[in-house]
Design a protein. Structure first.
Lengths: 230, 230
DNA sequence: TCAAAAGTGTTCTCCCTACACCCATGG
DNA sequence: CCATGGGTGTAGGGAGAACACTTTTGA
C-alpha cells in the first residue's frame, strides 16, 4: 500500500482488533502478552492486536493475529466488546474490536515473526499501556459470566485430563473453591465427560482417572446452559 | 465539516452504530424500525443507526440516536456485537457497532426530526435491508441469553404491573409457557418484586394485584444470576 | 348465571449440600 | 509407615414440577 493516498469526505477512525488469549497451566489462568517493538510505549507489554485490513472481517483479523502469535489454527475465539472511547489511544482515534481466545498452552509454539511474547498469571500481570488493562478485565468478566452457565474447558485443557484438573480450571476462573465430591458428582451427572478408563499421574502421588469431554453433551449444555452452584 | 479534506496514509473503514430497540406491548415483543429517507434502499425499513462522530464514543452515539427516535434519556442499552463483514454494506466498508435497548413503549414519543418510525412485532417484521436482519436476530439471541440468568423487565414494563404482565414478558421473549402458579411462586420467592397492595384491571375481568420491582434485589440478582427453569 | 381471568396450597421427587473414611502411591 | 491426594456414599433439606378448586367481575 502507498502512503497518503486515501481521501474521504468525512473523517474516519482507525479500526483495530485486540485479543486476550487465555491459557491454563493446571493451576492458574494465564494471559499471553507481547512486548511492543515500536513507539509509542516501545518495550511495554500489550495485548496482541493489529489494525484491520480492508478486505478482512474483524474475526479473520483476530484469527490471523492469533496464528502469528501462537501457531494455532481453529482456536475458540469470541468477540466480547468494542472499545471506542475517543481518547483511548494516543495515536489518534482508534476503535478496537476485542476478542478473547481460549487455547491449550501446551500446543502453543512461538510463531515466526514474533519478537517477544510471554505468559503471565492473572495475579502477576505487568503494567499494560493504552486501555489494555480495561480490555483484559472485561474479557475476564465475560469469561466468568460464561463459565457460570456454559461448559468451559474443552478449549483450555488437553484432550485427556483428570477431574481435579477440570475443577482447578473452574476454581481458577471463578476464584472460588468447590467440594471435590460434589463437583465431580455434578459434572458426571450432567454427562459432560466420558470416562476413558485410563489413569495417569498428574501429581507425584496416586494415579487419577482420565476423562475427555463428551462432544455431544458439551454442545447440548452449551446451548441449553447449566449452572454450577457455589 | 467540509467534504474531501480527510487524507490518511492507510485506508480506513466507516464506523456506524445501529440499535435494536425492544418494547413490549403486554403480549408481544416489538422492535422499532425507521424508514430510510435516502438511497440506497430509500423507503426500506432499517434499524435506527448512524455514523460515529469523531468526538463521541459508540455508546454516546447510540444514546444520542435513541433519544432522537424515542425522546428517551437514561435508557438501558447494551452493546452486543460489532458487525464487520467486508461486504455487509453496499456503500463501502462500514463497520457497525450494535446495541440493543429496552424501553417502555408507553413512554416513547416521536422525536423531532424523525421521518417515519414504526413498531413491529417479532413475527411481523418487514423485510430489512443491509444485514439488519442478522443484527436483529443476534440481538434477540443475546436478550434471550440474558433473560435466562438475569432479571429482565425493569426497563420494559411500566412502574406498576401485574404478575401476569411479567409472565407474559418472559413468555414473549423466550417463546415458552410457564405454569402460572409456579412462575409466581418462583418470582416472589427470590424476592424480585414488592407487593404494592393495589389492584388494577389489565383485562376486562377480575382485577389483579400490582407489583413493582424491588431495586435492591433486582440489582443483586443481576449480579449473582438466577435461573428460571423451564 | 356464565365465561374469563385471578388467587392460592399440597405432594412428590430430585438435586444440591455437607460431611468422613478408605485406598493407592512414592518417599 | 507416613503423608499426600484420589475415590466414593449417605442423610437431610429445599426447591422445582405437577396439578384443581374457588373467587371476582363484566357481559
Amino acid at each position: 500500500m502507498q502512503k497518503g493516498t486515501y481521501t474521504y469526505d468525512y473523517p474516519r477512525p482507525m479500526v483495530a482488533t485486540d485479543c486476550v488469549i487465555f491459557g491454563f497451566d493446571g493451576t492458574k489462568m494465564q494471559v499471553l502478552l507481547v512486548k511492543r517493538g515500536e513507539e509509542p510505549y516501545k518495550d511495554s507489554w500489550v495485548l496482541p492486536g493489529g489494525f484491520l485490513r480492508m478486505e478482512e472481517s474483524a474475526e479473520e483479523s483476530a484469527r490471523m493475529m492469533l496464528r502469528e502469535k501462537t501457531g494455532l489454527r481453529e482456536t475458540y475465539i469470541e468477540q466480547f466488546h468494542t472499545f471506542s472511547a475517543p481518547e483511548r489511544d494516543v495515536r489518534g482515534r482508534v476503535i478496537s474490536i476485542a476478542y478473547y481466545a481460549l487455547v491449550r498452552k501446551q500446543e502453543v509454539r512461538q510463531g515466526a515473526n514474533v519478537s517477544e511474547v510471554g505468559w503471565f498469571p492473572l495475579d502477576g500481570l505487568p503494567e499494560l499501556v493504552f486501555d489494555h488493562k480495561d480490555i483484559l478485565d472485561m474479557a475476564l468478566a465475560k469469561l466468568r459470566e460464561r463459565i457460570m452457565f456454559q461448559p468451559v474447558g474443552f478449549d483450555l485443557l488437553p484432550e485427556k485430563f483428570t477431574m481435579r484438573a477440570l475443577q482447578s480450571l473452574y476454581e481458577a476462573i471463578l476464584g472460588v473453591e468447590f467440594d471435590r465430591r460434589n463437583f465431580s458428582k455434578k459434572i458426571l451427572h450432567v454427562g459432560l465427560l466420558t470416562d476413558l478408563n485410563e489413569s495417569a499421574r498428574s501429581t507425584p502421588k496416586r494415579m487419577a482417572k482420565l476423562y475427555k469431554f463428551n462432544a455431544e453433551s458439551y454442545g447440548r449444555l452449551k446451548e441449553k446452559g447449566f449452572r454450577l452452584e457455589f
